[in-house]
Ligand binder design. Sequence first.
Ligand code: PLP
Length: 389
Amino acid sequence: MSHKHIETEAIRTQLERSQYLEHTSPLYLTSSFVFEDAEDMRASFTEEKERNIYSRFTNPNTSEFVAKMCKMEGAEDGYAFATGMAAVFSTLAALLNSGDHIVSAQSVFGSTHTLFTKFLPKWNITTSYFKVDEVDKIESLITPNTKILYAESPTNPAVDILDLELLGNIAKKHNLILVIDNCFATPYLQQPIKFGADLVIHSATKLIDGQGRVLGGVTVGRADLVREIYLFSRNTGPALSPFNAWTLSKSLETLTVRVDRHCENALKVAEFLEGHGKVNWVKYPFLKSHPQYKVAIKQMSQGGSIVAFEVKGGVEAGRKFLDAIKMCSLSANLGDTRSIVTHPASTTHSKLSEADRLEVSITDGLVRVSVGLENVHDIINDLNQALEA
Ligand SMILES: *Cc1c(COP(=O)(O)O)cnc(C)c1O
């Protein structure tokens, strides 16, 4: 059968159907699976047979979720995790040895940054960073021990864009494994494997669930690398639960329509903010004023759900703005149906010095809006009254 479109794959990929011929996939809430006899059990454990043994290894619900993600990302294989961070950690832990080195973009998700700086060094794995506007320096950071090139695009929280094709070429030239956290874009807007990524990671907690209900993560990509990640994970236990996998597989069925509306609303919010007198600047990948606009339109089909902007007046103005918000939520999640507003300088990044914050493009007045699916006029009205307050 010919390759179907991403919307269809997300809906029509169904691996299992029980004797009841249910229309949507059933939930397989079982920790283990039974064997026919001693020979079946022997063959299953030696992997001569591909079948479910124990839900820490595989489960029909997690397999269906992974199969959908692979089709949508154009990947050979994958493994699903309990959270996005379990996916990031297990992927790196499975592939790296003591003495190995990572070259990473400086602007990465907070916990990923903490993993690189605080925990991986315990196993003698070190990381060097490049700034998003200094990609010409990447090659000078590569050493004989460098094994992984790591980045997110768009970045959190400043929505900077990294050129995936450029990263793909560097990784190929230096024989590095290119790992891209594609959480902000989703496979609907951007497929990093097309640009040379070897592995793509998602926090499924964000737009993939998209309704603020469950945590989840997934890594998809080259089959030989996924095999290593699978063997590590089946023995260390970060697996996604069947219930969350079932939820996330259902969520994928509506991903494209949800993300279309997220992007439509976010672009309108960005345009509104750009014209507002109390705002210094706005960053949204599909605004012409975005510093990497040309790269964004090359590799993404729409701009995503996150808008970053700076309120005039620094930290105090940022805090005041947050206090004046009436409808949007003050919450740590993103990619939800509900619009969410955060002020990184006084919350998630408050422990960093102002200089360190600037290193990752977080100015004191920076506000991040995860634009939701409410009527866009209501979102804009809320932001507007908070700016005027
Ligand atoms: C949220 C997030 C993660 C971590 O995912 P969890 O599901 O919260 O563990 C990783 N990367 C990015 C870009 C994220 O936004």
